[in-house]
Design a protein around this ligand. Structure first.
Ligand SMILES: [Zn+2]
Length: 452
């Protein structure tokens, strides 16, 4: 080891000589400073208000936004990297609070439950994550998958190994025996479990069992707890309107999750299950299909978010049938689909907090923005719908310090479209530019060049 002592000296001497040879201004700038990129935004919707601002510049340093200012107030140095979106509408990267990146939307035959290995979901996730990002969704909350798919996918994306959105990951949805998350309709000997001794970290009966599963999920890295308050549409042998987890079980999930700094998302179609979940203190009601006026008032009083997947009815009653969806599920969707949209409009009118969530995976990942049309059709303003998928969604998923608006200090997660989404919300279905963490993933407008 004796010879190694001279190495640092040689390195330091060489660096000192190099610094002396450089112009003073350049030498003072450490090489580790992130590169600065200037994004010209012709029309900026930063999601801090309902307004557009014209001719703005976002100064991006590394993965975050350093400054947002009128173009007239920003001096762009010669040779600086400029992303020219001066003819476009620039918005924060979109957020979908209800996705299942594990699932494909062309596999509806129940026999698949005993045919597929977990690896299938892993392959699906790589493709689905990329399609989601390219559609302009730079963050998602993934609410329900095999243990612990979403945690692993989050790590693979965060490490830069594969492209995808930022993920707020749940574990498997927590369900009662025979509930929406159980594998029903097969003989007692038929099982498909990765971890039978832990009921796949999913099936729990009684508050103490729920406590254990929540703690186990947190141990293995989940960001959010997903519980199944009522029956579901795409499961077999249960009713969407029927309560499943009891109030006491849900209260236990909420107490344990909140104690650990995790939020709770409750799948709830049925009227009573929605109310008990809200009373138990969940942070969001997913679906909310059969909510009544009292439930709406309770959600307002508690500040509970509604995440209503009001696009996918079209897909379930169309393509999903071609892909083997059983008649039982078609009948259930017919029962809840129309009511869900009508009740969503009532909740919007009453002022319930709304966050954007679509149940992607039920329909193809990447089509997430198709839901904006329905959110506006059923009562939201275009800026309100966009804020449901940006600032409000960030609040629900507890990421407001990082994403959801375009402000100094936030991640440079931004998208662009070539027409005004406040005039025609459907333009969000065709995002032409995607930046996540200062890195450009999609650029159909040829926007990047050096300043003259
Ligand atoms: Zn779902």
């Amino acid at each position: 080891m004796s010879g190694s002592r001279s190495v640092p000296c040689r390195v330091l001497c060489a660096l000192a000589a190099l610094a002396a040879a450089l112009p003073a201004a350049l030498a003072q700038k450490p090489a580790s400073l992130p590169p600065t990129v200037y994004v010209r935004a012709g029309h900026l919707f930063d999601a801090t208000s309902d307004q557009l601002r014209d001719n703005m510049v976002l100064v991006v340093e590394g993965e975050r936004i350093a400054r947002v200012a009128p173009a007239a107030d920003v001096t762009i140095p010669a040779g600086a990297v400029v992303v020219d979106l001066s003819r476009d509408w620039v918005l924060p990267g979109l957020i979908d609070c209800h996705t299942h990146l594990e699932f494909r939307s062309d596999q509806y035959d129940p026999i698949n439950e005993v045919k597929f290995t977990p690896f299938q979901g892993g392959f699906n996730g790589v493709v689905n994550a990329r399609n989601t990002l390219m559609a302009g969704f730079t963050s998602v909350r993934d609410v329900g998958s095999q243990p612990f798919f979403a945690v692993d996918l989050r790590r693979a994306i965060d490490s830069g190994f594969i492209p995808g959105p930022r993920i707020v990951a749940s574990g498997p949805a927590i369900t009662i025996t025979g509930g929406h998350g159980d594998m029903n309709g097969f003989a007692p000997g038929v099982e498909n479990m990765m971890y039978p001794s832990e009921n796949d970290y999913s099936i729990a009966d009684g508050p103490e069992a729920v406590r254990h599963v929540v703690r186990e999920q947190i141990k293995y890295g989940v960001d959010v707890i997903k519980i199944l308050a009522t029956g579901g549409v795409l499961s077999r042998g249960d009713k969407p309107g029927a309560e499943q987890l009891t109030y006491e079980e849900m209260k236990m999930a909420v107490d344990e999750a909140h104690r650990a700094g995790r939020k709770v998302a409750a799948h709830a179609h049925g009227t009573q299950g929605i109310k008990d979940a809200v009373r138990a203190g969940v942070d969001s009601i997913e679906h909310g299909s059969l909510i009544d006026q009292e439930g709406i008032e309770m959600m307002k009083a508690h500040g509970t978010y509604l995440v209503a997947d009001i696009y996918n009815d079209d897909y379930i009653l169309g393509k999903a049938v071609e892909f083997g969806l059983p008649q039982e599920n078609v009948d259930k969707e017919k029962m809840v689909g129309r009511l869900q949209r009508e009740n969503f409009a009532k909740a919007v009118a009453a002022g319930v907090k709304i966050a954007f969530g679509t149940d992607a995976g039920v329909y193809p990942h990447g089509d997430n923005a198709k839901q904006f049309h329905y959110m506006v059709k059923f009562g939201m303003t275009p800026p309100g719908a966009i804020r449901a998928a940006t600032s409000s969604a960030a609040d629900l998923i507890d990421r407001s310090r990082d994403v959801g608006t375009l402000e100094a200090g936030k991640y440079a997660d931004l998208i662009a479209v070539t027409a005004n989404p406040l005039d025609r919300i459907e333009v969000l279905e065709h995002v032409s530019f995607v930046m996540k963490g200062g890195k450009i993933y999609k650029n159909e407008v040829g926007a990047s060049k050096a300043a003259q």
